[in-house]
Design a protein around this ligand. Structure first.
Ligand code: C5P
Length: 309
């Protein structure tokens, strides 16, 4: 550490919702080609890194007990990957202040990976380029590059090949947090199983983004976006967690413009016309007793950002 290095760095990283998640059949490497339209929303984890004798991860927040603190944590893996690339030790204490639902389909783990990477990069003054950071993100996981860039973007390949998209306004969302998480590989596996049973495997080719969805995003038109959202993993998430159907119905009855499973779930996402409508949908969902917690958020918002240090 040089005299001008910060003593600690805090990075704020957003959650995401997928407004389109088109999933191809399995590739030979087990991954699925996607047309994955990510939108970053204003639920945030904060990742703080401080020099330490060795690598250590701690976590605070209501669901902290569910976060693994060992080497499987993406934040730890990010610090090790950056340190390895720059030939140094990952001697850092990473603290995650967690507000994004855990294993909820909102890229909370990916957010912590991107946050730790940006924070360690600033702490160590590595001078890594944006494209180097994005390369490390892609090695960490399919959703990690998007957590770094935020905004709205189309993810192709396994989701890591990003094209930033234009959004003509802010969209208002309500998220219903379910009890417990869902394993992402299990949801992809269930999607494959359901398609094989129905004889509807689409094959491994790259799916395309929906032109109507991209136009709705560009126009900032929530009604048009609601008509265009889709998630190919939704039936698999519902098959593994049938109770999500009543959460989705409760949001629709409460006046949401659209109701869908967020990514691989089990968090469900509801698009509202305005912040006020979102508050109404949130209150009705809370009263419905069909979910563990309800959160209101808006997006797009910026990706991983240094807020202190
Ligand atoms: O890339 P990541 O490690 O986040 O992916 C977790 C798991 O989700 C993969 O091991 C795979 O089972 C599944 N996955 C997939 N196709 C993708 C992204 C993820 O099958 N495009």
């Amino acid at each position: 550490m040089t005299a001008s290095s910060p003593s600690s760095v805090t990075v704020r990283v957003p959650a995401k919702v997928n407004v389109q998640l088109a999933v191809a059949g399995p590739r030979s490497d087990g991954f699925h080609a996607l047309a994955n339209v990510f939108l970053a929303v204003s639920l945030y984890d904060r990742v703080t890194v401080t020099p330490s004798d060795g690598l250590r991860v701690t976590c605070s927040g209501p669901d902290a007990a569910q976060v693994p603190l060992d080497a499987s944590n993406l934040a730890a893996r990010a610090a090790l990957a950056l340190a390895g690339r720059y030939g140094r030790e990952a001697d850092v204490h990473i603290h995650i202040d967690k507000d994004i639902p855990v294993a909820g389909g909102m890229a909370g783990g990916s957010a912590d990976g991107a946050g730790a990477l940006v924070a360690c990069d600033a702490l160590w003054g590595t001078g890594a380029s944006r494209s180097e950071l994005l390369e490390i993100c892609a090695e960490l996981g399919s959703d990690v590059p998007f957590s770094l860039i935020g905004g709205v973007a189309l993810g192709e390949g396994r989701g890591e090949v990003l094209t930033p998209l234009e959004a003509g306004g802010t969209f208002h969302w309500v998220f219903a947090v379910a009890d417990g998480g869902l394993s992402t590989p299990a949801v992809y596996g269930e999607c494959d199983r359901l398609r094989a049973a129905a004889g509807t495997d689409p094959g491994p080719d790259q799916p395309s983004a929906s032109p109507a969805l991209l136009a709705a995003l560009r126009a900032g038109d929530a009604v048009a976006l609601a008509a265009a959202v889709s998630n190919d993993l939704q039936s698999a998430a519902l098959s593994l967690r049938p109770s999500l159907a009543s959460t989705l119905s409760a949001g629709v009855e409460a006046g949401a413009l659209a109701a869908l499973v967020s990514g691989s779930g089990p968090t469900t996402a509801f698009l509202a016309k305005s912040r006020e409508d979102g508050e109404r949908v949130a209150a009705a969902l809370s009263a419905s007793g069909t979910c563990r917690a309800v959160r209101v958020a808006a997006g797009p918002v910026e990706g991983a950002t240094v807020v202190a240090g």
